[in-house]
Ligand binder design. Structure first.
Ligand SMILES: Cc1cc2nc3c(=O)[nH]c(=O)nc-3n(C[C@H](O)[C@H](O)[C@H](O)COP(=O)(O)OP(=O)(O)OC[C@H]3O[C@@H](n4cnc5c(N)ncnc54)[C@H](O)[C@@H]3O)c2cc1C
Length: 837
């Protein structure tokens, strides 16, 4: 009573006047910002109302509402039940098909759920363990992988379209096909981090050759058997796969089932043989199956039917995965697709009345029948989180190396082209994208190395890194000019340029990955309450719905307060896990997360199930989530590496880009929420405020200059940025040649400057080519040593900018085999598997 009188006296104290109201507002804002529980809101509001002596009728109403909401059995039956019924009647929740549900339930959520929460635990995000390599893995990378890379000749591969037998033998002999198979079965049992590092290095050597290592260690027979195979299947196949005695492939895609993979028509009919054993008669038509033409073991996805209900699972058992030995009668393999001329085996396959044993050949035995879709969804992380980001990181690093050395070595208008601002711009983009692609690759590996496979995170990794690689290789081509266009052994990036669309398309084509998977799945899976609400509604579970629905309301309330307060204070009130230079970036991430969370709820509330088909909106939501995730990985990378000061421009560039892209995506959503009144509010005042109070503009020219300078001039930064790729040392290799020209040119820069200064000071006359060097030496402006250095630099420079040329008979395909005889016996051709008659 005394407390109430004191509060009353304080709030109604005339001397305090406005301050009492300010104090009250402060208390409410603090509760909202911190997400206070319902009981604390009730007590605080009660005290405020009493303090302000509100009328008794209002106070009574407040008490009734407070009792109703705080005593949960009352709330459940009197408030939640009618709401739940209304939701069910109006169909306000999105309808989820069985295949979508399996995809949603596969895998787990990880750090993306922090960003979805609106109140991310940034410390937790920062302190996720760094994925490191064991000594054995590092040694493999330094020896076997190096050796393999030096055996591969990408140009030869391009010309002959065949991987030499000795290279593939080495791949098999050294266990490259069994990286993910445990040691127990004769594999190398490597971690996801090692798998990724290996793919990255080989990718930087040859985008075609890496497929032979990547695919067997991605989603396919080995991965599926490891997780779901019966003991007999593991014993039978895993050792043979590890030794390379079986060559695997995996067939899911069909002419009418690409992105919509669950709509496959390939089918299997279950029947009991005269011997009492269960068999499956399979018919399939698959296309674009990598390694199928040399495979001995086809992992096949098909729809299993059981007309006699022998399994007791109904007549349509569902998508099932099985292992089909390629030599079985009825298996047809032989022709090849030509994936943009990148030389790897990829072909259609057909099966006509192929008979397999259900228990022996269905993955997981008969218990695994109908579980195929779930298996595939759970194992997608391998390709999306490991192989493709690793390939992209290898490619972007190679581009950084090539573009920076070329921009130094290549001179036009008397200057290295890297000195021109126009060239600096794409160069900075190449370096910046390379930095964040690697940061993201490593962050995702942190999850995978902990045996966490979050599908939304791996989808973000697949989509953003392959898009980064596409941008980076285009920029590199621009910087190389004609040198990028002339094919030949001196052209290091042409294969990557040509083959980039392949990684964009496979493992879930990028448009779909962005618009459906990242946000579509994320909004339901990573949102703290949405999926629980949908499930509760479907199961008619009042108790769960009550918990999820009111939890969601509290979540919305807290995020509204957080979003508003962080927006008006530009994130300054958010707690950063670190101090110093990057503190503001962490705070801005917290601000973005709050705005993203509340906007997600608004969009879900306004559009309901319709949001799923509004892909232009979901794509923008996906961009915000992706760039927040990329930003977190960049900040984490910098901390993990011990905050190297020289890398700061790269960090700032990446964060500036991330915030700019987030800003663009927010604005796009505000402009396109097309609905009466609310649409106007978003297009008008909210968008106006968003532009006035921008997160960040594009990276500034000063910053792009600093980034370009780092990658052009700071060998340490350049090495760190491109760590993990294959750097050939043989002097005949194009990259080695370019590197040598680059390092020598760098060493000779001071000599070059001496000569230019002497010309400016009119000590010697301006002349072209080596004549001016000669004069400088004669005039004692440079020493003998400097004279030799700069002459050598010029010689190497001239050599490095040469491009390949071919005689007509070399160039024309009919004659080329004469001139480009493979150095070793060609690899098996595609038609060695006998087509069944
Ligand atoms: C070189 C290569 C190797 C391959 N290897 C294998 C393999 O080993 N095994 C295997 O099973 N498959 C493999 N594939 C198939 C690959 O997975 C498919 O190409 C991929 O799933 C996309 O299918 P699609 O090409 O039929 O494109 P489509 O499904 O026709 O899609 C075309 C475009 O439409 C977009 N799109 C489709 N639906 C939607 C939607 N709902 N919302 C938004 N956008 C949408 C897609 O993103 C894409 O951009 C390979 C393909 C290639 C080219």
């Amino acid at each position: 009573m005394e407390l109430l009188t004191t509060i009353n006296g304080f709030l109604l104290n005339e001397n305090l006047g406005l301050w009492a109201h300010v104090f009250t507002a402060g208390v409410i804002l603090t509760l909202g910002f911190l997400g206070a529980p319902l009981w604390l809101w009730t007590v605080t509001l009660g005290l405020i109302f009493i303090g302000f002596s509100v009328p008794l009728s209002f106070l009574t109403f407040f008490v009734v509402v407070a009792v109703l909401f705080n005593i949960w059995p009352l709330r459940q039956y009197l408030v939640t039940l009618p709401i739940m019924r209304l939701f069910q009647k109006l169909g306000l929740m999105p309808q989820i098909s069985a295949t979508e549900r399996t995809a949603l339930e596969a895998g787990v959520v990880w750090m993306e759920s922090e960003l979805f929460s609106g109140h991310p635990d940034l410390k937790k995000m920062l302190h996720q363990p760094v994925a490191t390599l064991s000594q054995e893995e590092q040694s493999f990378l330094d020896h076997e992988v190096e050796e393999l890379c030096s055996m591969i000749n990408d140009w030869e591969l391009h010309k002959t379209k065949q991987l030499p037998v000795e290279v593939f033998d080495y791949i098999k002999k050294k266990g490259f096909l069994g990286l993910i198979i445990s040691k127990e079965y004769g594999g190398l049992g490597f971690s996801p981090a090692a798998n990724s590092a290996i793919v990255q290095k080989i990718s930087s050597r040859s985008i075609g050759a890496v497929i032979y290592v990547m695919v067997p260690n991605s989603l396919g027979p080995a991965e599926l058997l490891t997780h779901y195979g019966t003991q007999a299947q593991k014993d039978r196949y895993l050792p043979r796969l590890a030794r390379g005695e079986e060559i695997p492939c995996f067939g899911l895609t069909e002419p009418t089932a690409g992105s919509d993979a669950a709509s496959i028509l390939s089918d299997g009919i279950l029947f009991k043989g005269a011997d009492g054993v269960l068999y499956v008669k399979l018919n399939w038509r698959k296309r674009w199956i990598t390694l199928a033409s040399i495979s001995t073991l086809i992992g096949l996805a098909f729809r299993l039917r059981d007309p006699e209900n022998l399994l007791g699972k109904g007549t349509d058992v569902g998508i099932t995965c099985a292992l089909i030995p390629s030599h079985l009668p009825g298996v047809k393999i032989g022709k090849r697709h030509d994936p943009l001329g990148i030389p790897f085996h990829n072909c259609p396959t057909e099966g006509v009345d192929v008979i397999i044993k259900a228990e022996e050949d269905i993955i997981g035995g008969v218990a695994g029948a109908g579980q195929g879709w779930q298996m595939l969804m759970e194992c997608l992380g391998a390709g999306r989180g490991i192989s493709l980001p690793a390939q992209a990181a290898g490619g972007t690093k190679l581009c950084t190396r090539v573009a920076s050395s070329h921009a130094t070595v290549r001179k036009q208008f008397g200057l290295s082209i890297g000195k021109f601002e126009g060239v600096e711009e794409p160069l900075a983009r190449i370096a910046g994208y390379t930095y964040w692609t690697e940061a993201l690759r490593r962050y995702v590996l942190s999850a995978l190395n902990q045996h966490i496979s979050p599908p939304v995170v791996t989808a973000i990794a697949k989509y953003t890194t392959t898009e980064a690689a596409r941008k980076v290789v285009n920029d590199t081509m621009d910087i190389l000019g004609g040198a990028g266009i002339s094919m030949g052994p001196r052209n290091i990036i042409a294969s990557m340029y040509i083959g980039t669309p392949i990684s964009i398309t496979v493992e879930g084509a990028n448009i779909l990955t962005r618009t459906l998977m990242i946000f579509g799945q994320g909004a339901l899976r990573a949102h703290p309450f949405a999926f629980k609400e949908v499930n509760a509604i479907e199961k008619n579970d009042l108790k769960s719905f009550d918990r999820a629905f009111w939890g969601h309301m509290g979540h919305i309330l807290r995020n509204t307060f957080r979003a508003l307060i962080l927006s008006f204070t530009r994130g300054y009130l958010a707690l950063s896990p670190v101090g110093g230079t990057t503190k503001r970036a962490w705070q801005k991430l917290a601000w973005c997360s709050a705005s993203f969370a509340i906007l997600t709820d608004i969009a879900m509330g306004l559009l309901g199930g319709q949001l799923k088909v509004k892909e232009k909106l979901t794509g923008r939501f996906a961009d915000i989530l992706s760039w927040m995730f990329i930003g977190s990985s960049v900040l984490k990378r910098w901390e993990d590496e011990g905050r190297p000061a020289q890398d700061l421009p790269l960090v700032k560039y990446s964060m500036s880009l991330a915030f700019h892209n987030i800003q663009e995506a927010f604005d796009g959503i505000y402009t396109n929420l097309d609905m009466p009144v609310i649409g106007w509010i978003f297009r008008g005042p909210i968008r106006w405020w968003s532009r006035v109070n921008m997160l960040a503009a594009q990276p500034r020219d000063r910053l792009t200059h600093a980034v370009a300078q780092r990658v052009l001039a700071d060998q340490e930064v350049r090495d760190r940025l491109t760590l993990g790729i294959f750097l050939p040392t043989h002097s005949g290799e194009a990259l080695a040649r370019l590197e040598k020209a680059y390092t020598t040119a760098k060493r000779a820069e001071s000599v070059d400057k001496k000569i230019r200064d002497a010309v400016k000071a009119k000590k010697i006359r301006k002349k072209k080519g080596s004549a001016v060097i000669e004069d400088a030496y004669q005039a004692n402006i440079i020493s003998r040593e400097e004279y030799e250095l700069i002459l050598n630099a010029e010689k190497l420079r001239l050599d490095a900018i040469q491009v390949d040329e071919f005689f007509e008979k070399e160039y024309l395909p009919g004659l080329s085999s004469q001139m480009h005889k493979p150095a070793v016996k060609p690899f098996l051709t595609g038609d060695w598997v006998q087509p069944a008659s």
